[in-house]
Ligand binder design. Structure first.
Ligand code: ZN
Length: 170
């Protein structure tokens, strides 16, 4: 595994539409392993392939939904993810992005979503997510279409220090 460089705005790759993954071979496996490692080192709770300069539809998410610190966070690796259901209920959360250093913003998004896609071996998967996990999935899937949280934010502001990818505002 290797840590890859996370590209930042205004790099054009962040604004492009990523291509569908069609091969689940060694290259994809290496990419996913590297994305997990890069996300953990950053640290962040999600990463999309375009953020490591690879315009393919793949995301990784690692987030602990439980309040219990002894429960390990759950790792999701989704290839060709698609959000197939959005709740009509929305809420506002403060997001950041590893590709937009030192900027955070309030974004209103559906509270729960269903994500369909494939695991790293090409088997179909379906994830029902709510709360922060749902927000992270929406943020990451947006990256695959060249959409950044600042496009959706009602309000953005600068912070000092490093930005982690979507920090729950607690
Ligand atoms: Zn991001």
């Amino acid at each position: 595994m290797a840590i890859r460089e996370i590209i930042t705005v205004p790099d054009k790759i962040l604004r492009g539409k990523a291509r569908k993954v069609t091969s689940f071979g060694v290259e994809l496996q290496t990419l996913i392993d590297d994305m997990v490692e890069t996300m953990r080192v950053a640290p962040g709770v999600g990463l999309a392939a375009p953020q490591v300069n690879v315009p393919l539809r793949a995301i990784v998410v690692e987030f602990n939904e439980s309040e219990d610190e002894e429960t390990p966070p759950k790792l999701y690796m989704v290839v060709n993810p698609k959000i197939t259901r959005f709740s009509s209920d929305q809420d506002i959360g403060t997001e950041g992005c590893l590709s937009i250093p030192r900027i955070v913003g309030d974004v209103e998004r559906p509270i729960s979503v269903t994500v369909k896609g494939f695991n790293r071996h090409g088997q179909p998967l379906k994830i029902k997510a709510s709360g922060w996990l749902a927000r992270i999935f929406q943020h990451e899937v947006d990256h695959l279409d060249g959409v950044l949280f600042v496009d959706r934010a009602d309000k953005v502001w600068q912070i000092e220090g490093e930005t982690t990818q979507i920090a729950p505002a607690d």
